[in-house]
Design a protein around this ligand. Structure first.
Ligand code: NAP
Ligand code: MG
Length: 471
């Protein structure tokens, strides 16, 4: 191995303030309590952020209601579109700043925030801006729902915000959104973009805080629609609290995707797809290809090539443009990954990581591969949400389908084969909302995304994504 010279992206473009208020009714205002957000790559405290209490949630929902009744639901779709296009263009103009801020607050490599997250965020706003005056082509007699309470996780902070806010606004709803506790900064930068775009006050409200704030929001009587992305456990609690109320609900939850490689697959491409499937964004991806199912006859060769490729992955400074794997988002998430990996060893699986030096400070986990994995192992069943791949083998396509579907989740899957007929055969049998063929982790705003079983219900993206925000 040879050494690269570091190529760090400058963080001068970002102006992080010492403290941030809540964004309610077009104004930033401090709450009574606050919490700290940290750079997970250095453990440096970045800023003090307001924690919304019950009274703040009341104010935010009331502001969203006023904006809905008086302005946004009355506005012609073509006018709403102008605001969304303006927001999309401002995101593009400020994309370098937003990408650097995302990498600092979340720990993801700048290469990904710059080349994946930000282009998709802008694309999502452009896409739904285009729908705002064409809703009658999506559903008959389109009418908005009212105030949407939206709660999102930390793995794609700005992208999950875009998935939630763009379709809601396009359909004429107003929103109160709570970002995750560990990654509030890009949502607050987005609030600034709403002001820059002259979006009427109250149409978008951003309330920062932890789980309690999210709970107060989804349980609030003034909310007509709850949209949640996060863990299956919290999703279950929310489903319970919303049951029996008139609120509409969509849940985008966890996953444990199978990436299935047949013996006729192009192996080097498959290796790239496997690496992208599980090591992209440190494996903090709901649709990550965390279970590799490889046909027995090629398992040895594929694993040799995969290990060779894994040894070239560069773990370290998220702002370095050479970095492939950045920091784990929090100490708590690192502990969870360590705990599940230790259980993997205790249950008898074989653990392997390439030699790799990890920085002293911050939260890090080397890319990890488990072989000799049984379907009953926790590492084959539980969502690890980290850079950890479990490998299983199969002999026949039927066995591949059975193993792939043997999970409580049903979000995504990958199929690698030379035969088009086999791709279709597999896609018909895999219980997954998205099936990628000879690729993985590809996203497009026009394509609906969502799960089956314990991965949730409802779709985000595409024409289907509008239905979640229309009566
Ligand atoms: P999480 O713990 O469920 O948190 C998600 C969000 O809910 C956070 O903003 C969290 O606040 C908040 N929250 C926590 N408890 C709550 C409660 N009782 N009521 C309302 N809100 C509450 O999930 P996470 O660990 O952050 O995110 C990882 C999970 O998200 C994984 O399971 C992943 O698969 C899933 N995910 C799914 C998709 C998809 O599209 N299906 C996409 C991305 C991620 P705090 O974090 O501030 O405490
Ligand atoms: Mg942070």
């Amino acid at each position: 191995m040879f050494e690269y010279a570091p190529a760090p992206e400058s963080r001068d473009i970002v102006d992080i303030k010492p403290s941030y208020g809540l964004f309610i009714d077009g104004e930033f205002a401090d709450a009574e309590h606050s919490f700290k957000t940290v750079n997970p790559a250095t453990e440096e405290v970045l800023a003090e952020v307001s924690e919304a209490g019950a009274a703040d949630v009341d104010r935010a929902v009331a502001a969203a209601r006023r904006a809905y009744d008086m302005v946004w639901s009355k506005m012609a779709g073509g006018e709403r579109a102008k605001y969304l296009f303006r927001i999309a263009r401002l995101i593009q103009e400020r994309s370098r700043e937003l990408a650097v801020l995302e990498s600092i607050d979340n720990g993801k490599p700048i290469r990904e925030s710059r080349d994946v997250d930000l282009p998709l965020v802008a694309a999502h706003f452009f896409y739904y801006a285009g729908w705002a005056d064409k809703l009658e082509y999506a559903v008959a007699d389109p009418r908005p729902l009212g105030v949407a309470g939206q709660v999102i996780p930390w793995n794609f902070p700005l992208l999950m915000l875009a998935w939630k806010i763009a379709p809601a606004l396009a359909c004429g709803n107003t929103v109160v959104l709570k970002p995750a506790e560990t990654t509030p900064l890009t949502a607050l930068a987005f609030a600034d973009i709403c002001r820059q775009a002259d979006l009427p006050p109250g149409v978008v409200n951003i309330i920062t805080g932890a789980g309690q704030t999210g709970r107060a929001l989804v349980e609030h009587d003034g909310v007509d629609k709850v949209a949640f992305t996060g863990s299956t456990d919290v999703g279950r609690q929310i489903a319970r609290s919303v049951a029996g109320t008139p609120k509409r609900l969509t849940l985008e939850l966890g996953g444990k995707a199978a990436n299935v490689v047949f013996d006729d697959a192009p192996l080097d491409q498959a290796v790239e797809g496997i690496v992208n499937g599980i090591f992209f964004n440190q494996g903090h991806v709901c649709c990550a290809g965390s279970r590799l199912l490889v046909q027995e006859s090629i398992a040895e060769e594929l694993l040799d090539r995969l290990k060779t490729r894994m040894a070239t992955l560069r773990v370290g400074d998220p702002l370095d443009k050479n970095t492939d794997i950045g920091a784990i988002n929090s100490a708590a998430q690192l502990n969870k990954i360590r705990m599940l990996s230790d259980i993997g060893e205790q249950e008898g699986a074989t653990r392997w990581s390439p030699p790799c030096e990890l920085p002293d400070r911050g939260f890090w986990f080397a890319p990890t591969l488990f072989t000799d994995v049984a379907q009953s192992h926790r590492i084959a069943q539980d969502e690890i949400f980290g850079p950890v791949l479990s490998v299983l083998t199969f002999r026949t396509p039927q066995e591949a389908v059975e193993k792939a579907n043997n999970t409580p989740y049903g979000l995504s899957a990958g199929v690698w084969t030379d035969k088009g007929s086999r791709i279709l055969w597999m896609a018909q049998r895999l219980r997954a909302g998205v099936v990628w063929a000879n690729t993985f982790n590809k996203f497009d705003p026009a394509s609906p995304f969502g799960g089956y079983k314990e991965s949730g219900f409802g779709r985000e993206g595409g024409r289907h994504g509008l239905e979640a925000y229309l009566r």
